[in-house]
Ligand binder design. Sequence first.
Ligand code: ADP
Ligand code: MG
Length: 254
Amino acid sequence: MPVPEGPAPEGGDALVVLSRVDKHFGSLHVLRAVDLTVHRGEVVVVIGPSGSGKSTLCRAINRLETIDGGEIRFDGRPLPAEGRELARLRADVGMVFQSFDLFAHKTVLDNVTLGQIKVRGKDRKSAGARARELLGRVGVAAQADKYPAQLSGGQQQRVAIARALAMDPKVMLFDEPTSALDPEMINEVLEVMRHLARDGMTMVVVTHEMGFARSAAHQVVFMADGRIVEQAAPEDFFGNPRSDRARDFLSKIL
Ligand code: ADP
Ligand code: MG
């Protein structure tokens, strides 16, 4: 079953809006006048060669990187710079990285419980109940009392997804979530992501999994050298890439 059940939502429900965003690392210009709008319920897949600025773009959205030009608005407001507002932004913008980076000395259940208590102010009982529900949803309920090192990579990544979801995020950012996984575990993680997309989660996904991009994306964004070079529906992008850069990239990856 193809995942996008209808057209991406349009109109006034923009959740993340980047306008003319610039970022330098020293003399390196890594984001160049990036414009991107992510609407509620939309799945945006970001692809492009290594070093093109995909991770920096994701990190800028929850202010793990600051920007030096342009503006990023989240849910109608400029990104907060510090304090409780910033902590709330980081909870509202769930992030899943290539390296699962769970808390190694906490159980799986605690990994998914603690943020709810500390950041969202829930009591331990309701946070634990929600954690168990989410662990069930990503298929690792039986691992709740284990430590991360006792789990496979695919299981750890699914716990990392549950941990982000436990904060009730408004958007989920995935930065190459399957790149560090053995091949047989890639699908179990992509399947969890497909379910999330189908349930209407707003998602920005950096990935080299073109099957996922084709089936789950509303928009595909192709980046090169810090710029968005193409942005299109997946059938248009994969069927008829317009730039030489995109054609070259696709010929190497497909
Ligand atoms: P991608 O995720 O597409 O591979 P990145 O956003 O990670 O690209 O990186 C874009 C460019 O910025 C690369 O040239 C990378 O080496 C550089 N870069 C990323 N993070 C830093 C940093 N903290 N300091 C200096 N350069 C960085
Ligand atoms: Mg990256």
